[in-house]
Design a protein around this ligand. Structure first.
Ligand SMILES: [Zn+2]
Length: 396
């Protein structure tokens, strides 16, 4: 009884922790594609929060492993120190401090092996809240279900089942490992989180992106360099960037990925000397894709001025048509002042960036009903303090 009181067990229920995991995952929505966005909260056996983790990018650690790794770094200083030493020896990358180590995109198989060899039973009896059933599939990384079973967790709470045939079956592995499994906590919200992933797999995921001031002006330059880097990272996971013919003629955009933060890091990691980085990544996973461009227009390609920078980007296809290109699995439409309605027929979701300022000119015009799914909070790592963004479902 006393113990329950100490744990605040009465009001910090399963839904409370699952909500933390969901919010952590939404911060990387779409950036994880073609993988799903997933969040994980890890509690120790006494109910104390050890870490709140998320999957950040396909090819790197899953949410469960990110949370486990950060928790072990906090629980055991030797674990973190030895990892940093061995990582430096193997990959030539040093970390400035513990925080940069915990937030880095680490080489996954090396990190999983290190966790399995060095966890020391520190997470025995722990509890994990995971927005999506832990994967059972051994792909580029070992399965998360096996990892959690190996660490001796006592309970895993899951938001929604994994229906992807290749990855499903994680709950069975957990149960065989003696772990209590609870399903469908915050199920509806967990299903909304994973919907873009399923859309991308099935037919295509298409969303509209807008940058606006608080009063909806899209006139002039809006958004910080940080926001721009975020948008370029989103571009790098897309097959196509959609844009209106009018915008192409008026703005003469490039629509490339040059501001994505990974680029800069990639250039540094490519050098042989020892590096000190805020966040670092394994060089083999760094090649960023330049998205193709879909110009929504009735005109022909030859009607556009070929000197507009987007036509000069290498390894890119440009298509001009009135409907989504057939091969578009992941599409971000960069909408202008008057094109939201024109594009809404193609998109299921909208991502709206707000900068906390007002401007009189150039408000965007749209008639649409939206359902908010996630609104970023102050301190979001992708943005400056005067900015926020929301993910919305476009109601049809
Ligand atoms: Zn996994």
């Amino acid at each position: 009884m006393e113990r329950d009181n100490l744990n605040f067990g009465n009001f910090m229920n399963d839904e409370f922790y699952m909500d933390l995991a969901l919010r952590a995952a939404w911060r990387y929505q779409a950036l994880t594609l073609p993988n799903p966005a997933v969040g994980c909260v890890l509690l120790d056996r006494g109910g104390r929060v050890l870490d709140i983790g998320a999957h950040k990018k396909a090819g790197f650690l899953h949410a469960e492993a990110n949370a486990v790794f950060a928790a072990l770094c906090d629980l055991d200083a030797n674990f973190a120190q030895d990892f940093a030493c061995e990582y430096a020896r193997k990959f030539g990358v040093k970390f400035q401090n513990l925080e940069s180590l915990k937030s880095a995109l680490l080489q996954p198989s090396f990190t999983y092996d290190f966790i399995l060899n060095r966890h020391g039973g520190l997470l025995r009896g722990a509890c994990a809240y995971v927005t999506l059933e832990p994967c059972a599939h051994r792909g580029k990384t070992p399965s998360c279900a096996e990892l959690l079973a190996e660490l001796g967790l006592s309970r895993v709470v899951i938001g929604t089942r994994d229906t992807n045939a290749q990855a499903a079956g994680g709950a069975e592995i957990l149960r065989r490992g003696g772990i209590e499994v609870k399903f469908d906590v915050c199920h509806a919200a967990a299903a909304e989180l994973v919907e873009p992933f399923y859309l991308a797999r099935k037919g295509g995921f298409c969303f509209i992106k807008i940058n606006a001031t608080l009063n909806g002006s899209v006139h002039g330059r809006i958004g910080s360099e940080k926001q721009r880097a975020f948008v370029h990272e989103l571009r790098s996971v897309c097959d196509y960037i959609g844009v209106g013919g009018q915008t192409v003629r008026a703005d003469r955009p490039t629509l490339d990925v040059r501001a994505a933060k990974f680029d800069e890091i990639s250039a540094l990691v490519g050098r042989a000397d020892m590096l000190t980085l805020d966040a670092c990544v394994a060089p083999q996973n760094l090649k960023l894709r330049t998205p193709n461009v879909w110009i929504h227009s009735r005109r022909a390609l030859s009607d556009f001025d070929a000197s507009i920078p987007l036509f000069g980007v290498e390894e890119r296809k440009v298509e001009v048509s009135q409907s989504l290109p057939a091969g578009a699995k992941i599409t971000m439409i960069e909408a202008g002042a008057s094109s939201f309605d024109e594009f809404a027929q193609f998109a299921s979701h909208a991502l709206i960036f707000y900068s906390a300022q007002m401007r009189e000119a150039g408000n965007f015009r749209a008639n649409a009903a939206l359902q908010p799914l996630f609104i970023s909070s102050a301190g979001d790592p992708h943005l400056e303090a005067n900015e926020f963004y929301g993910w919305f479902k476009i109601l049809k």
